[in-house]
Structure formats: C-alpha cells, structure tokens
Design a protein around this ligand. Structure first.
Ligand SMILES: Cc1cc2nc3c(=O)[nH]c(=O)nc-3n(C[C@H](O)[C@H](O)[C@H](O)COP(=O)(O)OP(=O)(O)OC[C@H]3O[C@@H](n4cnc5c(N)ncnc54)[C@H](O)[C@@H]3O)c2cc1C
Length: 426
C-alpha cells in the first residue's frame, strides 16, 4: 500500500498497554526516539479504569498487583501512589448450595480442599522441569489425591484466576513461571487506580491514539509500520498486541513471520473474561465481607470500591467456560441470574429488589483484546519463549511473552516490555 506521509524513528512500539508503555518509557529515558501507536482512543489496553459510574471508579480490566517484589509496585512507589494491601485468601468466604457464604474454619472440608490445592499448586516447580512429560493441572491434582469436590474448588481458586479450565493448563508452563517467581505472596490495589499509574508511565511519551496498525513490513535496514495514511519507519519495531490479536491476523507481516513464530501464536488459547458490577441501595453484607467464592456460574465476588469497604457495590469476575456461557446471554438475564446466585450466597431474599444498577464488560467481544489473557495447554509450554523471540528487527512483548516473569499479569507485561526495549538497545 502506498503511504502519503512517512515519519522516521529509532523504534516504533505497537500497542499502548502496560508492555508497550514500559518499553517506550525505557527507550525514551535512554535517549531513543520512540513512538507508540495504539488502536484505541485511550492508553492502557487491558487496564481500563472507568470513572463514569458514580463515586467509585471501577476497574474493568486489571485490578490487583500480585506481589510486593514486582515492577508494578516499584513504579507505583516512584509515582508516589498508595498501595492498599488485599488479603484474598485468609478472609475468603465460601458458599455451597446448602449453606450461604461463611468464613471457613480450619477443619472445614472446603477449607482443606482449598489449602490442599494451593499447596499442590505451590510445589509444581518441584515436580515439573522443562523436560518433564507435561500434563494438565486437572490430571496433576487428581493424580495427587484431590477428589472431584476438591477439583471443583481448585477450578475456582486456581484455574479461574488463570482465565482457563484446570484441564487446559500446562503444568510445565506453570512450573517454569513458579521457578523464577520472586514476587512474594502479598497483593495490593492502587488507591488512585491503575489508570493513574499508566498516565504517569506515559508522561512525555509520543503516543498516537486511534491508529490501528494493519501492516508491518521488514526490510534489511528498517521496519515500516503502516497506519492509515501514514508509514512509520524505524530501525526496530516492538509488537505488544495480545497474542489473540496476532492469531486473528489483524496485522499483516511482510515477509510473513517464521513458521516457529506462527506455531507459537497458534499454540496460545485466550478464553473469555468478564467483569460484572452490581450496585445496591445499601451494603447487604457485613463489614468483614471482602472476597467470596463458590462453584456456581458467578464464581468469585468481591468489594471493589477500596478503601471504602462499606460502598454498596460488588464485582463478580468470571472467566473461561463460565464467561463463555454468560457472555452469550442478554445483560438483563445475566443480571437476574447473578442476583439469584448472590441471594443464595448471602442467605437473603431481598437482593434482587435492592439492586439499583448493573454493568458488565466482556473482554472476548473487545476487538483489540479478544479475550482475557492467554494460557498454554499441556505439551505447548515451548510456545512462550518462542513467542517472545526476536525476528530480525521485530521484537515481541506483552503478557503472553513473559516467559521469565509472570504471564497474565500487569507486572509480567511491564517486564516483557522492558526486556524488548533492552533488545533494541543492544
Ligand atoms: C478482566 C481482567 C482482569 C485482570 N486482572 C488482573 C489483575 O488483577 N492483576 C494483574 O496483574 N493482571 C490482571 N489482568 C491481566 C492484565 O490486564 C494484562 O496481563 C496486562 O494488562 C496486559 O498488558 P499488555 O500490554 O501485554 O497487553 P494490552 O494491555 O492488551 O495492550 C496491548 C495494546 O495493543 C493495542 N492493539 C491491539 N491491536 C492493535 C493494532 N492492530 N494496532 C495498534 N494497537 C493495537 C490494544 O488496544 C492494547 O492497548 C487482567 C486482565 C483482564 C482482561
């Protein structure tokens, strides 16, 4: 395609999510001429704070910081932001069809299954090396003695978090992640919300919004990134779009990506992820309620309006096959189903009548995300480093490429962006 305008840079970064902004920040601070091109009219990608719905901003995408020793915490401290610690597991309440939500005493069978599945999860790195025959997390947990009831609980507390089913998670890939993991067990939320951190990270960068990249053409001495009527030319290009966007062929590469890169892209699965928000006329739960789960369709609930624990707002986060089911239904039906489950969990009948607002965001319907975050099925762990590998002047970052950090997270995306920036600086 012939382009009427052409601009020249040292590096073009495609995508202004956490990975792209971290890459551009690193390069900019090293004195490199870098531009970021972003399809959406906003920065952040799968980080998206919505401040339009009343006094409590809501996180439609990422919300938590998983670990104290993470690049996200490091940046938040540099930006002077406030970290509110979250303790999701010790305060966890669990519901069953026969019993509304309750805190779990240590001798409770559900508590024992949760502890057992988490303990087995935490030792994956000991049991699986890169060369170990791979199996699914479901097969691993079953083999080590978790019964079907325990597996149903593990599906909620482990696989749902990974935006996958137990059956489709590769133990070798999870073990590789755990082997290098130094982040620690503590979790946080940003009081000022995630968008504040990203705006801080983007300060002074040349970010072009509303510019979907359609083609990337590599030559011997430069890369040309084609965006509507403009061609951006550079020595290097860092591609940070979600792997599901690459798999959908939204960007044409000339020459085509290598066979191993194409195989790696095809190996990843990105399942739906949907956040549902329910507003009430008053909080219908006690002050200790913070994080609750059960093995129903609306599996995980929490209070998202930190630090105000008494705000009358709940978030229900659903992924993988649960989200696939709910995403197909009209919003009104989903609202009713969610409220019916919540009524049982809270053990009160007035929940539907007290609901004054509902909103959901379905990441699977988002053209530039095409789901939540990516995972690898058994036997496909090789694909993560293969996705991350540079090809000539093309470099790849984004959460799915975080083979030496934590994929599926904001800090993993940041780390991958910094890694790709270092590749360009070599
Ligand atoms: C519902 C949900 C909840 C989550 N919760 C957490 C959490 O609590 N904690 C946590 O650490 N992580 C969480 N995550 C994961 C986290 O959000 C991601 O791992 C991280 O934000 C990914 O960053 P990224 O830069 O790799 O990708 P993205 O944020 O997706 O950025 C890629 C960018 O590329 C752009 N793009 C796509 N196609 C094109 C194109 N053709 N041209 C130009 N630009 C393009 C996109 O618009 C996007 O801005 C959550 C994710 C979801 C969806």
């Amino acid at each position: 395609m012939s382009q009427s305008v052409s601009e020249t840079f040292d590096v073009v970064v495609v995508g202004a999510g956490a990975a792209g902004l971290a890459a551009a920040r690193t390069l900019h601070d090293a004195g490199v001429r870098v531009v970021v091109v972003e399809a959406r009219p906003r920065i952040g990608g799968r980080i998206w704070t919505d401040r339009s719905c009343g006094p409590y901003p809501i996180e439609l995408g990422a919300e938590l910081i998983h670990g104290a020793q993470t690049s996200t915490v490091e940046l938040a401290m540099m930006a002077g932001l406030t970290l509110d610690e979250v303790d999701r597991y010790n305060g966890l309440r669990w519901g069953t069809p026969a019993r509304p939500l309750s805190a779990l005493p240590s001798d409770d069978p559900q508590r024992r299954s949760i502890e057992q599945s988490r303990a087995l999860w935490n030792t994956l790195a000991v049991r699986y090396a890169d060369h170990t025959p791979d199996r699914s997390l479901a097969a691993d947990l079953y083999h080590l003695g978790l019964d079907p009831a325990g597996l149903a609980i593990a599906d909620v507390v482990l696989a749902q978090t990974c935006c996958a089913e137990l059956e489709s998670l590769s133990c070798v890939d999870l073990a590789r992640e755990q082997r290098g993991d130094r982040t620690g067990p503590r979790e946080f939320r940003l009081r000022e919300r995630y968008d504040t951190l990203l705006s801080w990270l983007a300060q002074g960068l040349d970010v072009r919004l509303g510019m979907p990249v359609r083609a990337i053409i590599s030559h011997d001495n430069e890369v040309r990134v084609e965006v509507s009527a403009t061609a951006l030319r550079a020595r290097h290009c860092i591609v940070t779009v979600p792997v599901a966007v690459l798999a959908a062929g939204l960007i044409r590469f000339t020459p085509p990506l290598s066979a191993s890169k194409q195989a790696a892209i095809a190996a990843f699965r990105t399942r739906p992820a949907t956040k549902h928000f329910f507003w009430f006329d008053a909080p219908l739960w006690d002050e200790g309620f913070a994080y609750a789960a059960h093995s129903g369709l609306f599996a995980r609930w929490w209070t998202p309006a930190h630090p105000d624990v008494r705000a009358p707002l709940l978030c229900c986060y659903v992924t993988a096959s649960r989200a696939a089911v709910l995403d197909r239904l009209p919003a009104e039906i989903v609202r009713s189903l969610g409220l019916a489950e919540l009524s049982k969990l809270l053990g009160r009948d007035d929940v539907p009548a007290r609901c004054v607002g509902f909103r959901r965001y379905r990441w699977a319907t988002d053209e530039y995300a095409r789901g939540g975050y990516a995972h690898l099925a058994p036997g496909l762990a090789w694909a993560r480093p293969a996705l991350a590998a540079a090809e000539g002047r093309l470099h790849f970052a984004g959460e799915a490429t975080a083979y030496d950090s934590n994929p599926q997270t904001v800090h993993g995306a940041i780390d991958s962006g910094r890694r790709a920036a270092r590749e360009c600086l070599c």
